[in-house]
Design a protein around this ligand. Structure first.
Ligand code: PEP
Length: 253
């Protein structure tokens, strides 16, 4: 870990409606006392964001984000939310380019770039997700895929905006599969990402950008991942649904 404050994100995906979100907050806050040496952010489904916000009103250390946005600000886009709407609901972050958006819903690099741009324009913090599929790793294309996704995602942003974002490396084959990239393999890709950011920004700015790992993170493997020099935090799917497991993860490092 190179950052002073590790970043712990819980991506609930399409789980925990408002009732379960409220229950989760009640159980989580008992197990995770506020700490100012780390960032903890939740990405509930958008229908649960305000319920989470209200249930956690006394715990401003627990931050909120949304899992996806459409790039227009408002209008006739049935079923979608925008970055300004997410901000109004209390979000500080928004994911863009999560592998499920890319591979289940067909978000292209260009779509992700527009989403990142709209998130930054709304003064939310974009969490840009990048990562290769198994066949791409097997072909030796990790660097090519991650570089392409990163370049595309950063494409429209100014240096000032890039400094204020989070990058999540999430190898697709490790998401929800129980397979985790080895800490060394993940660290290598994080170093590659840091190097690519260094082509746009000065060294000090690059060191301040959290580059976090996602893919079957659990209480049992989080310490090993965070021990790596280039891994600044984790984005957690399955294990973030359980307040006991996620509270343990958030106490790591
Ligand atoms: C994710 O959704 O970003 C993720 C990493 O999921 P999981 O932890 O379940 O692999």
């Amino acid at each position: 870990m190179s950052l002073e404050k590790p970043f712990f994100g819980g991506n609930w995906k399409m789980n925990h409606g408002p009732t379960a979100a409220r229950r989760f907050v009640g159980e989580f806050v008992e197990r995770y006392p506020a700490r100012d040496d780390r960032t903890v952010a939740f990405f509930p489904p958008s229908i649960s964001v305000t319920e989470f916000r209200d249930a956690a009103a006394e715990r401003p250390d627990l931050e909120l984000g949304v899992q996806d946005v459409y790039w227009e600000e408002a209008g006739a886009f049935t079923g979608s939310i925008s970055a300004p709407l997410a901000k109004d609901a209390g979000a500080r972050y928004a994911l863009a380019g999560h592998s499920e958006r890319r591979h289940v819903f067909g978000d292209s690099d260009e779509d992700v770039a527009r989403k990142v741009e709209s998130i930054a324009a709304a003064e939310l913090i974009p969490v840009l997700c990048v990562g290769e599929r198994l066949e791409e790793r097997d072909r030796g294309d990790v660097e090519a895929v991650v570089s392409r996704q990163l370049e595309a995602g950063l494409g429209r942003l100014s240096s000032e905006q890039i400094v204020n974002m989070v990058i999540a490396y999430e190898p697709v084959w490790a998401i929800g599969t129980g397979r985790t990239a080895s800490a060394e393999d993940a660290n290598e890709v994080h170093a590659l990402i840091r190097g690519l950011l260094g082509e746009r920004l000065d060294r000090v700015s690059v060191r301040g950008i959290p580059i976090i790992y996602g893919g079957s993170v659990k209480p049992a493997n989080v310490d090993e991942l965070l021990a790596e020099a280039e891994i600044d935090g984790v984005l957690v799917g399955g294990a973030s649904l359980d307040p006991v497991d996620f509270a343990r993860i958030c106490q790591a490092a």
